[in-house]
Design a protein around this ligand. Structure first.
Ligand code: FAD
Length: 476
C-alpha cells in the first residue's frame, strides 16, 4: 500500500491543540491531499540548561507533552515525544523521520538567536529534499515588526506602542483557530527514537490538562478580572490570573486570552481603568517585550538596552547575593518573596519588582545575576518578559524606571501587604509580630529567629545614585 503524505507538526512553545495554527494548517493540508498529521516534540535538556531553564519549568513542559499526547490521540494524531540533547541535534532527528513520507513541516516561529539558528538548520536540511517548512508567527498577539511608529520604527516606549496595538486590534480583531478535526486512525511504523523521559514531578501542583487551563482562563475573564484593578498588587490576595506558566509554554495563547476577554468583558474594556483593560495592558506588555527582543538582539546577549549603564561598576558582593537568593536579607517583604520563589517556582509581580529593585539598588548587584537566578527558579521563565522586567527594575532598559526611582522595601511592604499576611505565610518566625511591626521587625532589636538587615536602605540608595551618576552622559 502506498504511504500517505505526512504533514509533520513540530511543537515547541505551542503545546496545545486549540488555537494552534501550525497544527490547524497541517490538518487542512492533510485533508486536501489525503495525508496524515504527525506531531513531534523534541526534549532538549542540554539547551534548556544553557538557557538556565528552571527544573520546575522543564517538568511542566514534560508533563504537558504527556498530557497533549493523550489529548491528540483522541483526534488520532500521534505525538512523537523524543528525548534529544541540544538544539544542534534537531535537524538530524527530524531528518530520520523524512523517509516516512514527510511532505511538509509546520511550526510556530520563535525569536531567540539559538532557536532561530536551530530552525534555519532544520529548514536547510529539508530544503535539500525539497520539503517546505511553514513557520507561523503566533507567539505574540501582534507579530513582531507589525506595530511601528509612523516613521516605520520600533516603539521604545510602552504607552504609544499600546495605543497603536489597540488601534490594530480594533481594526483587525483577533483570530483563534479551532481544534483540528479528528483524522482517521492509521498505522505507521515509526523509526526507533529515544522516548522523552519523565520529569521530576516538581510542577505537580499545576494542572496540565488543556481544558482545565482554558476553564481557568475563562473563569478569570468572567469573574476575577473585575477586581483585577484593585487586587492585582497585593501578594496575599489571589488577585491575578496565574496563567503565566501556561502562556510561557503555550498551553494557552495570548490570542485566546484577548478573544475571551473581549467576549466576557466587552463593556469593561471600554473603560481605561477597569480590571479588564488593565489585564489587557499586561498582555500588551508581553507583546511589547517580545517585539523589543526581536528588534534588539543584543538583549539576548544580556547587554543593557541603555548602553552607558553597562559601564556601571557593580560591587557584586557574593555574600549579599546569597542572602538575597536564600531570603535572608532582614527585609521581610524581600525575604518572604524570595521564599515564595524558591518554594513554589512562582512569584507575584509586585514582589518581582520589589526584589529586583532591592538586588540592584540596595545590594548593588548586577541585574544579570538576578535575571539568571529568576530564570533558574521560575515556572513561567520567559526570556523576553524576564529580561524586560529586570532591565525595567534596574533602570537599564527600554521604558525603564528612572534610576533615581528607588523602591523603599519597607514602605512597599506597608502599602502592598498591609496586614503582613503574605509575610507571615513565608516567614513563620514573624507570625507573632503586629501588623505594624512585621514590616520592620528590628525595633528595638531584631525579632528572634529572624535575620538582621544586611544593608541600610538610605545609605544603599546614595550609593546607587552615585553608581548611576558616574556613567550618565558617558559615550557608549
Ligand atoms: P497577570 O497579572 O494575570 O497577567 C496576565 C499575563 O500577562 C501574564 O500571565 C503574563 O503572560 C503577562 N504579563 C503580565 N505582566 C507582564 C509584564 N510585566 N511583562 C510581560 N508580560 C507580562 N513574566 C513571565 O511570564 N515570565 C518571566 O520570566 C517574568 N519575569 C519577570 C521578572 C521581573 C523582574 C518582573 C518585574 C516581571 C517579570 N514577569 C515575567 C512579568 C510578571 O511578573 C508575570 O508575568 C506575572 O507576575 C505572572 O502572573 P500572572 O499570570 O498572574 O499575571
Amino acid at each position: 500500500m502506498e504511504k500517505p503524505p505526512i504533514h509533520l507538526v513540530w511543537l515547541r512553545h505551542d503545546l496545545r491543540y486549540h488555537d494552534n495554527q501550525a497544527l490547524y494548517a497541517a490538518r487542512q493540508a492533510a485533508a486536501a491531499d489525503s495525508g496524515v498529521v504527525i506531531a513531534l516534540f523534541i526534549a532538549t535538556p542540554l539547551s534548556w540548561q544553557q538557557h538556565d531553564m528552571a527544573m520546575i519549568r522543564q517538568d511542566l513542559l514534560r508533563r504537558r507533552v504527556q498530557a497533549l499526547t493523550l489529548e491528540l490521540a483522541e483526534l488520532h494524531i500521534p505525538l512523537l515525544a523524543v528525548e534529544g540533547s541540544d538544539y544542534r541535534g534537531c535537524a538530524q532527528l527530524i531528518a530520520t523521520l523524512l523517509p516516512l513520507g514527510v511532505v511538509a513541516l509546520y511550526a510556530q516561529q520563535e525569536y531567540e538567536v539559538r532557536e532561530m539558528t536551530r530552525d534555519e538548520q532544520v529548514a536547510s536540511r529539508l530544503r535539500l529534499q525539497h520539503i517546505p517548512c511553514y513557520w507561523f508567527d503566533r507567539l505574540c498577539v501582534m507579530a513582531p515588526g507589525t506595530v511601528l511608529t509612523q516613521q516605520g520604527e520600533i516603539y521604545k516606549v510602552f504607552t504609544p506602542f499600546k495605543r497603536n496595538w489597540l488601534a490594530k486590534l480594533a481594526a483587525s480583531g483577533v483570530q483563534c483557530f479551532t481544534k483540528p478535526a479528528a483524522q482517521k486512525p492509521f498505522n505507521l511504523k515509526l523509526p526507533a527514537l529515544p522516548l522523552m523521559e519523565e520529569g521530576d514531578n516538581s510542577s505537580a501542583a499545576w494542572s496540565v490538562a488543556e481544558l482545565d487551563v482554558l476553564n481557568r482562563m475563562r473563569s478569570f475573564c468572567q469573574q476575577r478580572v473585575q477586581d483585577y484593578a484593585s487586587a492585582r498588587d497585593f501578594p496575599a490576595v489571589d488577585g491575578t490570573s496565574s496563567l503565566s506558566a501556561y502562556l510561557a509554554i503555550g498551553v494557552l495563547s495570548a490570542q485566546q486570552c484577548v478573544a475571551r476577554l473581549q467576549h466576557e468583558a466587552a463593556q469593561q474594556l471600554e473603560q481605561e481603568k477597569s480590571g479588564a483593560s488593565i489585564w489587557l495592558s499586561e498582555l500588551i506588555w508581553r507583546d511589547f517585550y517580545k517585539h523589543i527582543l526581536v528588534a534588539f538582539p543584543k538583549l539576548i546577549k544580556h547587554q543593557a538596552f541603555q548602553p552607558e549603564t553597562d559601564k556601571i561598576n557593580w560591587p557584586n558582593n557574593a555574600a549579599l547575593f546569597e542572602a538575597w537568593c536564600n531570603g535572608e536579607t532582614g527585609y521581610p517583604i524581600v525575604d518572604a518573596a524570595m521564599r515564595q520563589l524558591n518554594e513554589t517556582g512562582w512569584m507575584h509581580n509586585r514582589l518581582r519588582m520589589i526584589t529586583a529593585s532591592f538586588l540592584v539598588k540596595d545590594l548593588h548587584i548586577d541585574w544579570r545575576w538576578g535575571e539568571r537566578y529568576f530564570m533558574s527558579k521560575l515556572i513561567d521563565g520567559d526570556f523576553a518578559a524576564n529580561n524586560g522586567g529586570w532591565q525595567w527594575a534596574a533602570s537599564t532598559g527600554t521604558d525603564a524606571a528612572p534610576y533615581f526611582r528607588i523602591f523603599n522595601p519597607v514602605t512597599q511592604s506597608e502599602r502592598f501587604d498591609p496586614s503582613g499576611d503574605f509575610i507571615r505565610r513565608y516567614l513563620p518566625q514573624l507570625a507573632s509580630k503586629t501588623n505594624k511591626e512585621i514590616h520592620w521587625p528590628h525595633k528595638p532589636v531584631t525579632a528572634k529567629g529572624y535575620f538582621r538587615p544586611v544593608v541600610e536602605h538610605n545609605e544603599a540608595r546614595k550609593v546607587t545614585l552615585a553608581l548611576f551618576l558616574a556613567v550618565k552622559g558617558q559615550e557608549s
